[in-house]
Design a protein. Sequence first.
Length: 80
Amino acid sequence: MKKALFLLIVVSLSAFSQGKVTYKYKKYEKFDFETMDIGGELGAPGDLSIAPRYQKKFTNELPYRKNFNDMIRNSIERIR
């Protein structure tokens, strides 16, 4: 029984290790679009409806300033 099992395993492994598989791809293929037929139906869509959605209003998290003259002046002084 052990010899038969061993022989079965050896035969199955040898079947898988037959050789290297080589794939060959087409180098060039030409499509003739004028002779191709495309089947289907042309028709306008029936009822188009868009569901209303909630519009979120975002608030500005930055503090409001009328002008940034002081900040610009300080940054220019730091450069000098």
